[in-house]
Ligand binder design. Structure first.
Ligand code: ADP
Ligand code: MG
Length: 343
Protein backbone atom coordinates (compact mmCIF):
# COMPACT_ATOMS: atom_id res chain seq x y z
CA UNK A 1 0.00 0.00 0.00
CA UNK A 2 1.20 3.52 -0.88
CA UNK A 3 2.06 6.08 1.81
CA UNK A 4 -0.96 8.18 2.95
CA UNK A 5 0.52 11.30 1.32
CA UNK A 6 0.37 9.78 -2.18
CA UNK A 7 -2.85 7.86 -1.74
CA UNK A 8 -5.42 8.35 -4.48
CA UNK A 9 -9.10 7.44 -4.43
CA UNK A 10 -8.35 4.87 -7.13
CA UNK A 11 -5.96 3.10 -4.71
CA UNK A 12 -8.71 2.71 -2.11
CA UNK A 13 -11.57 1.95 -4.50
CA UNK A 14 -15.19 2.86 -3.86
CA UNK A 15 -15.63 0.47 -0.95
CA UNK A 16 -12.24 1.08 0.69
CA UNK A 17 -13.11 4.77 0.66
CA UNK A 18 -16.56 4.25 2.21
CA UNK A 19 -15.01 2.03 4.92
CA UNK A 20 -12.40 4.71 5.66
CA UNK A 21 -14.85 7.47 6.53
CA UNK A 22 -17.88 5.52 7.73
CA UNK A 23 -16.49 4.14 11.02
CA UNK A 24 -16.57 7.49 12.81
CA UNK A 25 -20.18 8.12 11.72
CA UNK A 26 -21.32 4.68 12.81
CA UNK A 27 -19.81 5.08 16.29
CA UNK A 28 -22.14 7.88 17.37
CA UNK A 29 -25.45 6.35 16.28
CA UNK A 30 -28.15 5.35 18.76
CA UNK A 31 -28.57 1.53 18.88
CA UNK A 32 -31.99 1.58 17.20
CA UNK A 33 -30.57 3.24 14.05
CA UNK A 34 -28.76 1.30 11.30
CA UNK A 35 -26.41 3.60 9.39
CA UNK A 36 -23.94 3.25 6.51
CA UNK A 37 -23.29 -0.26 5.23
CA UNK A 38 -26.49 -1.78 3.91
CA UNK A 39 -28.82 -1.18 0.96
CA UNK A 40 -30.88 1.21 3.11
CA UNK A 41 -30.44 2.97 6.41
CA UNK A 42 -33.04 1.92 8.99
CA UNK A 43 -34.55 4.36 11.49
CA UNK A 44 -37.34 4.03 14.07
CA UNK A 45 -40.77 4.99 12.83
CA UNK A 46 -44.24 3.78 13.90
CA UNK A 47 -43.94 1.21 16.70
CA UNK A 48 -42.56 -1.98 15.22
CA UNK A 49 -42.42 -0.38 11.78
CA UNK A 50 -39.09 1.04 10.64
CA UNK A 51 -38.38 3.63 8.00
CA UNK A 52 -35.99 2.57 5.22
CA UNK A 53 -33.94 5.32 3.56
CA UNK A 54 -31.86 5.04 0.41
CA UNK A 55 -30.41 7.30 -2.28
CA UNK A 56 -28.72 6.84 -5.67
CA UNK A 57 -26.98 9.21 -8.04
CA UNK A 58 -27.08 8.86 -11.83
CA UNK A 59 -24.73 10.91 -14.01
CA UNK A 60 -24.76 11.26 -17.78
CA UNK A 61 -21.66 9.57 -19.19
CA UNK A 62 -21.18 7.42 -16.07
CA UNK A 63 -24.51 5.72 -15.33
CA UNK A 64 -26.28 6.38 -18.62
CA UNK A 65 -25.64 7.88 -22.04
CA UNK A 66 -28.23 10.60 -22.60
CA UNK A 67 -27.89 10.32 -26.36
CA UNK A 68 -28.71 6.60 -26.26
CA UNK A 69 -31.34 6.06 -23.55
CA UNK A 70 -34.87 7.40 -24.09
CA UNK A 71 -36.13 10.02 -21.66
CA UNK A 72 -38.94 7.68 -20.62
CA UNK A 73 -36.59 4.80 -19.85
CA UNK A 74 -34.32 7.11 -17.86
CA UNK A 75 -37.23 8.35 -15.74
CA UNK A 76 -38.25 4.74 -15.13
CA UNK A 77 -34.72 3.56 -14.36
CA UNK A 78 -33.91 6.42 -11.94
CA UNK A 79 -36.76 5.25 -9.73
CA UNK A 80 -36.23 1.52 -10.38
CA UNK A 81 -32.66 1.40 -9.05
CA UNK A 82 -33.78 2.99 -5.78
CA UNK A 83 -36.80 0.69 -5.47
CA UNK A 84 -34.40 -2.21 -5.78
CA UNK A 85 -32.64 -1.13 -2.55
CA UNK A 86 -36.00 -1.10 -0.73
CA UNK A 87 -36.70 -4.59 -2.14
CA UNK A 88 -33.29 -5.73 -0.87
CA UNK A 89 -34.30 -4.99 2.73
CA UNK A 90 -37.73 -6.64 2.37
CA UNK A 91 -39.53 -3.31 2.47
CA UNK A 92 -42.38 -1.50 0.77
CA UNK A 93 -41.70 1.86 -0.92
CA UNK A 94 -43.53 5.03 0.15
CA UNK A 95 -42.12 8.43 -0.79
CA UNK A 96 -39.49 9.83 -3.14
CA UNK A 97 -37.46 13.02 -3.55
CA UNK A 98 -36.05 13.79 -6.99
CA UNK A 99 -33.22 16.24 -7.68
CA UNK A 100 -32.16 17.22 -11.17
CA UNK A 101 -29.20 19.21 -12.48
CA UNK A 102 -30.09 20.23 -16.04
CA UNK A 103 -28.56 22.23 -18.86
CA UNK A 104 -30.67 25.30 -19.85
CA UNK A 105 -31.07 23.99 -23.42
CA UNK A 106 -32.67 20.72 -22.28
CA UNK A 107 -35.73 19.98 -24.41
CA UNK A 108 -38.88 20.34 -22.31
CA UNK A 109 -40.62 17.54 -24.21
CA UNK A 110 -37.70 15.32 -23.22
CA UNK A 111 -38.33 16.25 -19.58
CA UNK A 112 -42.06 15.53 -19.92
CA UNK A 113 -41.19 12.08 -21.22
CA UNK A 114 -38.75 11.56 -18.34
CA UNK A 115 -41.66 12.15 -15.95
CA UNK A 116 -43.92 9.85 -17.95
CA UNK A 117 -41.43 7.03 -17.40
CA UNK A 118 -41.09 7.89 -13.72
CA UNK A 119 -44.88 8.14 -13.27
CA UNK A 120 -45.58 4.75 -14.87
CA UNK A 121 -43.37 2.94 -12.35
CA UNK A 122 -44.36 5.19 -9.42
CA UNK A 123 -48.04 4.34 -10.01
CA UNK A 124 -47.34 0.63 -10.19
CA UNK A 125 -45.31 0.69 -6.97
CA UNK A 126 -47.44 3.33 -5.17
CA UNK A 127 -44.59 5.80 -4.67
CA UNK A 128 -45.47 9.46 -4.09
CA UNK A 129 -43.07 12.17 -5.20
CA UNK A 130 -42.85 14.64 -2.30
CA UNK A 131 -40.09 17.03 -3.35
CA UNK A 132 -36.55 17.44 -4.56
CA UNK A 133 -34.40 20.15 -6.10
CA UNK A 134 -33.76 21.53 -9.58
CA UNK A 135 -30.58 23.33 -10.56
CA UNK A 136 -28.55 24.34 -13.58
CA UNK A 137 -25.57 22.26 -14.65
CA UNK A 138 -22.76 23.63 -16.78
CA UNK A 139 -21.82 20.14 -17.73
CA UNK A 140 -23.52 16.74 -17.70
CA UNK A 141 -27.01 15.93 -16.46
CA UNK A 142 -27.19 14.67 -12.87
CA UNK A 143 -30.16 12.83 -11.34
CA UNK A 144 -30.44 12.05 -7.65
CA UNK A 145 -33.27 10.10 -6.11
CA UNK A 146 -33.88 9.55 -2.41
CA UNK A 147 -36.49 6.99 -1.48
CA UNK A 148 -38.27 6.18 1.78
CA UNK A 149 -39.93 2.89 2.50
CA UNK A 150 -41.19 0.88 5.45
CA UNK A 151 -40.69 -2.58 6.86
CA UNK A 152 -41.51 -4.40 10.05
CA UNK A 153 -38.58 -4.68 12.44
CA UNK A 154 -38.52 -8.51 12.47
CA UNK A 155 -38.75 -8.82 8.70
CA UNK A 156 -35.84 -6.68 7.59
CA UNK A 157 -32.94 -8.55 6.03
CA UNK A 158 -29.34 -7.29 6.26
CA UNK A 159 -26.10 -8.00 4.40
CA UNK A 160 -24.48 -8.97 7.70
CA UNK A 161 -26.59 -12.04 8.53
CA UNK A 162 -24.98 -14.72 6.31
CA UNK A 163 -23.68 -17.86 8.08
CA UNK A 164 -21.20 -20.53 6.97
CA UNK A 165 -23.04 -23.31 5.14
CA UNK A 166 -25.81 -21.01 3.82
CA UNK A 167 -26.91 -21.62 0.25
CA UNK A 168 -26.59 -18.50 -1.90
CA UNK A 169 -29.39 -17.90 -4.37
CA UNK A 170 -30.53 -15.24 -6.85
CA UNK A 171 -34.07 -14.34 -7.92
CA UNK A 172 -33.38 -13.84 -11.63
CA UNK A 173 -30.98 -14.38 -14.51
CA UNK A 174 -27.59 -12.65 -14.40
CA UNK A 175 -25.71 -10.66 -17.02
CA UNK A 176 -28.61 -9.45 -19.18
CA UNK A 177 -28.04 -5.81 -18.30
CA UNK A 178 -24.30 -6.09 -19.01
CA UNK A 179 -25.16 -7.71 -22.35
CA UNK A 180 -27.37 -4.71 -23.16
CA UNK A 181 -24.60 -2.31 -22.18
CA UNK A 182 -22.11 -4.14 -24.40
CA UNK A 183 -24.49 -3.74 -27.33
CA UNK A 184 -24.94 -0.02 -26.64
CA UNK A 185 -21.19 0.53 -26.42
CA UNK A 186 -20.58 -1.46 -29.61
CA UNK A 187 -22.51 1.22 -31.51
CA UNK A 188 -24.95 -1.16 -33.26
CA UNK A 189 -27.76 0.69 -34.98
CA UNK A 190 -31.47 0.04 -34.30
CA UNK A 191 -31.83 -1.63 -37.71
CA UNK A 192 -29.07 -4.13 -36.83
CA UNK A 193 -30.81 -5.39 -33.71
CA UNK A 194 -32.54 -8.78 -33.68
CA UNK A 195 -35.08 -9.89 -31.07
CA UNK A 196 -32.37 -11.27 -28.71
CA UNK A 197 -30.51 -7.97 -28.79
CA UNK A 198 -33.73 -6.05 -28.12
CA UNK A 199 -34.43 -8.20 -25.06
CA UNK A 200 -30.97 -7.43 -23.63
CA UNK A 201 -31.45 -3.71 -24.20
CA UNK A 202 -34.80 -3.83 -22.42
CA UNK A 203 -33.17 -5.50 -19.40
CA UNK A 204 -30.56 -2.74 -19.32
CA UNK A 205 -32.95 0.17 -19.76
CA UNK A 206 -35.92 -1.10 -17.77
CA UNK A 207 -34.77 -3.30 -14.90
CA UNK A 208 -37.66 -4.61 -12.81
CA UNK A 209 -37.13 -4.01 -9.09
CA UNK A 210 -37.86 -7.30 -7.32
CA UNK A 211 -40.21 -5.82 -4.71
CA UNK A 212 -42.67 -8.75 -4.35
CA UNK A 213 -39.78 -11.23 -4.21
CA UNK A 214 -37.95 -9.16 -1.57
CA UNK A 215 -41.06 -8.85 0.59
CA UNK A 216 -41.79 -12.57 0.30
CA UNK A 217 -38.20 -13.66 1.04
CA UNK A 218 -37.84 -11.34 4.03
CA UNK A 219 -40.86 -13.08 5.56
CA UNK A 220 -39.30 -16.56 5.31
CA UNK A 221 -37.44 -17.72 8.41
CA UNK A 222 -34.85 -19.62 6.33
CA UNK A 223 -33.61 -16.40 4.67
CA UNK A 224 -30.60 -14.87 6.42
CA UNK A 225 -28.78 -12.16 4.39
CA UNK A 226 -30.21 -10.25 1.44
CA UNK A 227 -29.07 -7.50 -0.93
CA UNK A 228 -29.76 -6.45 -4.51
CA UNK A 229 -27.45 -7.15 -7.45
CA UNK A 230 -26.34 -3.69 -8.54
CA UNK A 231 -22.60 -4.06 -9.17
CA UNK A 232 -22.57 -7.74 -10.21
CA UNK A 233 -22.55 -10.76 -7.86
CA UNK A 234 -18.74 -10.67 -7.81
CA UNK A 235 -18.75 -7.29 -6.11
CA UNK A 236 -22.03 -7.73 -4.23
CA UNK A 237 -21.06 -11.06 -2.64
CA UNK A 238 -17.85 -9.42 -1.43
CA UNK A 239 -20.04 -6.91 0.45
CA UNK A 240 -21.99 -9.78 2.06
CA UNK A 241 -18.90 -11.72 3.18
CA UNK A 242 -17.21 -8.58 4.49
CA UNK A 243 -20.20 -7.68 6.61
CA UNK A 244 -20.89 -11.26 7.70
CA UNK A 245 -17.22 -12.20 8.41
CA UNK A 246 -17.23 -15.30 6.25
CA UNK A 247 -16.17 -16.56 2.82
CA UNK A 248 -17.89 -17.69 -0.34
CA UNK A 249 -17.73 -20.23 -3.15
CA UNK A 250 -19.64 -19.59 -6.36
CA UNK A 251 -20.62 -22.41 -8.70
CA UNK A 252 -20.12 -20.85 -12.13
CA UNK A 253 -21.98 -23.57 -14.05
CA UNK A 254 -25.07 -22.80 -11.94
CA UNK A 255 -25.29 -19.08 -12.71
CA UNK A 256 -28.69 -18.57 -14.35
CA UNK A 257 -28.36 -17.00 -17.80
CA UNK A 258 -31.12 -16.26 -20.28
CA UNK A 259 -31.29 -18.01 -23.65
CA UNK A 260 -30.96 -14.63 -25.40
CA UNK A 261 -27.79 -13.72 -23.46
CA UNK A 262 -26.33 -17.13 -24.34
CA UNK A 263 -27.09 -16.62 -28.03
CA UNK A 264 -25.66 -13.08 -28.09
CA UNK A 265 -22.55 -14.21 -26.18
CA UNK A 266 -21.90 -16.79 -28.87
CA UNK A 267 -22.63 -14.35 -31.65
CA UNK A 268 -20.41 -11.54 -30.35
CA UNK A 269 -17.75 -13.63 -28.57
CA UNK A 270 -18.51 -12.41 -25.03
CA UNK A 271 -17.15 -14.45 -22.09
CA UNK A 272 -20.48 -15.68 -20.70
CA UNK A 273 -19.29 -16.57 -17.18
CA UNK A 274 -17.69 -13.17 -16.73
CA UNK A 275 -20.67 -11.30 -18.10
CA UNK A 276 -22.91 -13.19 -15.66
CA UNK A 277 -20.64 -12.92 -12.59
CA UNK A 278 -19.18 -9.44 -13.00
CA UNK A 279 -21.84 -7.61 -15.00
CA UNK A 280 -23.83 -5.08 -12.99
CA UNK A 281 -27.33 -3.63 -12.90
CA UNK A 282 -29.44 -6.78 -13.04
CA UNK A 283 -31.32 -5.61 -9.93
CA UNK A 284 -32.49 -9.06 -8.95
CA UNK A 285 -31.93 -10.15 -5.34
CA UNK A 286 -29.05 -12.08 -3.79
CA UNK A 287 -29.99 -14.09 -0.68
CA UNK A 288 -28.31 -16.51 1.68
CA UNK A 289 -30.48 -19.30 3.04
CA UNK A 290 -30.27 -21.83 5.88
CA UNK A 291 -29.14 -25.01 4.03
CA UNK A 292 -31.57 -27.18 6.05
CA UNK A 293 -34.55 -25.23 4.79
CA UNK A 294 -33.43 -24.43 1.25
CA UNK A 295 -35.43 -27.09 -0.64
CA UNK A 296 -38.67 -26.29 1.18
CA UNK A 297 -38.20 -22.56 0.66
CA UNK A 298 -37.36 -23.03 -3.03
CA UNK A 299 -40.64 -24.97 -3.46
CA UNK A 300 -42.69 -22.27 -1.71
CA UNK A 301 -40.96 -19.62 -3.85
CA UNK A 302 -41.68 -21.54 -7.07
CA UNK A 303 -45.34 -21.90 -6.08
CA UNK A 304 -45.62 -18.19 -5.30
CA UNK A 305 -43.85 -16.71 -8.34
CA UNK A 306 -43.98 -19.53 -10.93
CA UNK A 307 -40.24 -18.99 -11.35
CA UNK A 308 -37.32 -20.75 -9.65
CA UNK A 309 -35.02 -19.43 -6.96
CA UNK A 310 -31.58 -20.19 -8.39
CA UNK A 311 -28.88 -21.63 -6.05
CA UNK A 312 -25.45 -20.33 -7.17
CA UNK A 313 -23.04 -21.11 -4.35
CA UNK A 314 -22.35 -21.48 -0.66
CA UNK A 315 -21.16 -19.33 2.23
CA UNK A 316 -17.98 -20.75 3.81
CA UNK A 317 -16.22 -20.18 7.13
CA UNK A 318 -13.04 -19.21 5.28
CA UNK A 319 -13.15 -15.53 6.23
CA UNK A 320 -12.53 -13.18 3.28
CA UNK A 321 -11.98 -16.03 0.79
CA UNK A 322 -13.83 -15.81 -2.50
CA UNK A 323 -13.56 -18.74 -4.88
CA UNK A 324 -15.16 -19.54 -8.18
CA UNK A 325 -15.65 -23.23 -8.94
CA UNK A 326 -16.41 -24.58 -12.38
CA UNK A 327 -17.79 -28.12 -12.02
CA UNK A 328 -15.99 -28.36 -8.67
CA UNK A 329 -12.62 -26.99 -9.84
CA UNK A 330 -11.29 -23.56 -8.79
CA UNK A 331 -10.99 -21.07 -11.66
CA UNK A 332 -10.02 -17.40 -11.86
CA UNK A 333 -12.17 -14.74 -13.53
CA UNK A 334 -10.45 -11.97 -15.49
CA UNK A 335 -12.99 -9.29 -14.69
CA UNK A 336 -14.33 -8.32 -11.27
CA UNK A 337 -17.54 -6.53 -10.32
CA UNK A 338 -18.04 -2.80 -10.72
CA UNK A 339 -16.13 -0.29 -8.60
CA UNK A 340 -16.36 3.39 -9.58
CA UNK A 341 -12.70 4.12 -8.93
CA UNK A 342 -10.84 0.93 -9.77
CA UNK A 343 -10.21 0.23 -13.43
P1 ADP B 1 -26.06 0.37 -2.87
O1 ADP B 1 -25.31 -0.18 -4.08
O2 ADP B 1 -27.03 -0.59 -2.29
O3 ADP B 1 -26.66 1.73 -3.14
P2 ADP B 1 -23.40 0.59 -1.86
O4 ADP B 1 -22.90 -0.80 -1.70
O5 ADP B 1 -23.02 1.40 -3.07
O6 ADP B 1 -24.99 0.59 -1.73
O7 ADP B 1 -22.99 1.46 -0.62
C1 ADP B 1 -22.62 0.88 0.59
C2 ADP B 1 -23.06 1.74 1.74
O8 ADP B 1 -22.31 2.95 1.77
C3 ADP B 1 -24.54 2.12 1.73
O9 ADP B 1 -25.04 1.98 3.04
C4 ADP B 1 -24.50 3.59 1.32
O10 ADP B 1 -25.59 4.30 1.86
C5 ADP B 1 -23.19 4.06 1.92
N1 ADP B 1 -22.57 5.23 1.21
C6 ADP B 1 -22.10 5.25 -0.05
N2 ADP B 1 -21.60 6.46 -0.35
C7 ADP B 1 -21.77 7.24 0.75
C8 ADP B 1 -21.47 8.61 1.08
N3 ADP B 1 -20.88 9.42 0.20
N4 ADP B 1 -21.80 9.04 2.32
C9 ADP B 1 -22.39 8.23 3.22
N5 ADP B 1 -22.70 6.93 2.97
C10 ADP B 1 -22.39 6.43 1.76
MG1 MG C 1 -28.16 -2.09 -3.15
Amino acid sequence: MKKEKNLKLSDLGEFGFIARFSTSFLRNLPPEVVGIGDDCAVVPWKGKKKLLVTTDLLIDGVHFLKEKISAEDLGYKSLAVNLSDIAAMGGRPLYALLSLALAPETDVRWLDQFFNGWRALARKTKVQLLGGDTTKTLNKMVINVALLGEAEENFIRYRSAAEPGDIIAVTGPLGNSEGGLRLILSGLRESQLGSDEKKLLKCHYRPRPHLPEGYFLAHQLEVRAMMDVSDGIDSDLKRIIERSNCGVEVWLEKLPVSSFLKKCSQKYGWPLNEVAAAGGEDYCLLVTIDPNGFSRLALRYQRQFRRPLYPIGRITSDRGHFIYLLNGRPVALKKSGYDHFKT
